[in-house]
Design a protein around this ligand. Sequence first.
Ligand code: GAR
Length: 217
Amino acid sequence: MDAQSFRPVAPVRLVVLVSGSGTNLQALIDAAADPAVDTPYEITAVGADRSGIEGLARAERAGIPTFVCRVKDYDSREEWDAALAEAAAAYAPDLVVSAGFMKVVGSRFLARFGGRFLNTHPALLPSFPGAHGVRDALAYGAKVTGCTVHFVDDGVDTGPVIAQRAVEVLDEDDESALHERIKEVERLLLVEVVVRIARHGYALEGPNMRRVRLGHE
Ligand code: GAR
């Protein structure tokens, strides 16, 4: 990651990337629309790697501009990555949030948004990275799992951890029941982290510059 700190100027401009149902996106939309809260960010666009998904419909209902970049529309993964970076950059985001975006971005995207690109993952990293965090934790027999909001680097779910919350695995859980309980916690955590970073920024510390210190009042 290039950036080692972020000092926000409110309102922070957010681009959110989605691939599916978009309930995490909805939590960010709802928080921004809540008149009782002085939300320090605005969602300037929602991007997706596929069309026809509920995540995009949620954005449209909220009057937020959308864009779609499908891998299959480009000759190479590199071209897709560059196009995704361009599409997001058109909305001049201060932060980009991957909220259920099921693609690994490449070097062009990271060169543009490294240190300003957050992801939410449904497991306690570094355990169970990848596309099946919930399924893998369940299959392993973990008794506690949860969610992680982290910065994206050039690995798969390997970037510095910003915040985590634990969720107990119950004997009767299947993947869908466990994922739903994780998502209840995850939505709150994601909003909390985005609000805090948008309001107070962050700095990276420690011998490997991996310890994220969020700013505060
Ligand atoms: C979330 O649980 C998110 O952590 C996960 O997809 C879900 C999206 O839900 N992402 C990953 O697994 C990425 N590896 P949503 O579309 O309802 O926000």
